[in-house]
Ligand binder design. Structure first.
Ligand SMILES: C[S@@+](CC[C@H](N)C(=O)[O-])C[C@H]1O[C@@H](n2cnc3c(N)ncnc32)[C@H](O)[C@@H]1O
Length: 326
């Protein structure tokens, strides 16, 4: 008590609609009157608040002054959210920042699982066992509708399919497995007897990938190698007893594309006619790799424009072929 309230001069007349002026009283000046009348008067004043100040005793005067401030703050907050959502949909850096740094961590915290495990559970729930296409569709529908993930995705996946079908590789190397989506995509198109080796440095991702690949019925064609590409590439010849790779799909961290391509060259793992396909050369981008592949006489390079997986953001793939000797 003791706070000021604004009371209509015609407080007792019940015809608030005709009020035109107000007098300031202290509530405790007329405590009994205030208690017995405020309900009806307060209600009517509320209805006519365009010309009568609301008499609610529950709301302090300072709250009325805060209202415009709160409205402006709310509007600014909504505008900032709309701006972020727009950037997330149209700008690759914003999209990756939002999905990887915020949404994924929030969902991990809320569910107590990781994104690859959530993808695996979805695949096990909806995809038909032994059907690679159904596994791909399950991952795509989950990642486009429920939770974004860094698989190559269906749109660029069609470029990948076309290059694999055209190359008909016998030995394939993949750098960056994640959940095994692109591994399934490539392996399902390989001719009988062909083998795919995929390198993943995160053991948990590698385990999820193994289970997804098994669900797709392709485990006999695929080996997941756990470790860092810079450590494993120099060991491949000895470890796998393989001379050269016909096709290399490059899709790990973008800063490592050029280093690992040069490592493949140094380790003599590419033959004339070997095909390298690199994902995400526009978003997030691998400018040093692109410059090297496009200027080096060792390669003939071609760019395939597309969009970043599951988003309306520009991205593309670079196909580079080591020319066959005449
Ligand atoms: C973009 S994701 C791969 C997506 C996958 N190719 C697909 O399309 O389904 C990149 C993966 O590369 C792995 N990675 C990054 N750098 C690596 C490295 N130097 N050695 C091995 N794995 C690496 C990351 O852990 C991550 O799982």
């Amino acid at each position: 008590m003791g706070r000021k309230v604004l009371i209509c001069r015609h407080f007792l007349c019940y015809s608030i609609g005709r009020c035109s002026s107000y007098t300031v009283y202290k509530a405790e000046v007329y405590p009994a009157l205030y208690r017995s009348r405020y309900r009806s008067c307060g209600w009517r004043a509320w209805r006519h608040r365009s010309h009568c100040i609301w008499l609610s005793p529950q709301v302090p005067e300072s709250d009325h002054r805060m209202l415009p401030v709160l409205l402006v703050l709310g509007a600014v907050l909504v505008a900032v959210l709309l701006f972020i959502l727009h950037r997330v949909r149209t700008d690759g850096a914003w999209a990756l920042w939002w999905h990887d740094n915020h949404l994924e961590k929030l969902k991990d915290f809320l569910s107590g699982t990781s994104r690859p495990v959530r993808i695996l559970h979805h695949v096990q729930k909806v995809a038909q066992y032994g059907d690679a296409q159904s596994v791909l569709s399950a991952v795509d529908s989950y990642c486009s509708k429920i939770e974004w993930a860094m698989n190559v995705g269906d749109l660029k996946g069609q470029i990948l399919d076309a290059v694999v079908l055209e190359t008909r590789p016998h030995y394939v190397l993949e750098l960056g497995t994640y959940c095994g989506y692109s591994t399934v995509r490539i392996a399902r198109l390989l001719p009988p007897g062909a083998r795919l080796f995929s390198i993943e440095m995160n053991p948990q991702y590698a385990q999820v990938a193994r289970e997804i690949i098994q669900h797709a019925g392709l485990d006999a064609k695929v080996d997941i190698l756990v470790g860092c590409t810079s450590d494993l590439i120099p060991q491949l010849k000895k470890k796998l007893d393989i001379e050269k790779f016909d096709f290399v799909f490059i899709d790990h961290w973008k800063v490592s594309y050029l280093r690992d391509t040069k490592l493949l060259e140094e380790c003599d793992l590419l033959r004339p006619g070997s095909v390298l396909l690199a994902d995400n050369v526009t978003c997030p981008g691998a400018p040093d790799y692109l410059h090297y592949m496009r200027t080096s006489p060792r390669y003939e390079s071609q760019y395939f424009p597309s969009r970043l997986e599951y988003l309306q953001v520009e991205d593309g793939m670079e196909k580079s072929v080591t020319p066959e000797r005449p």
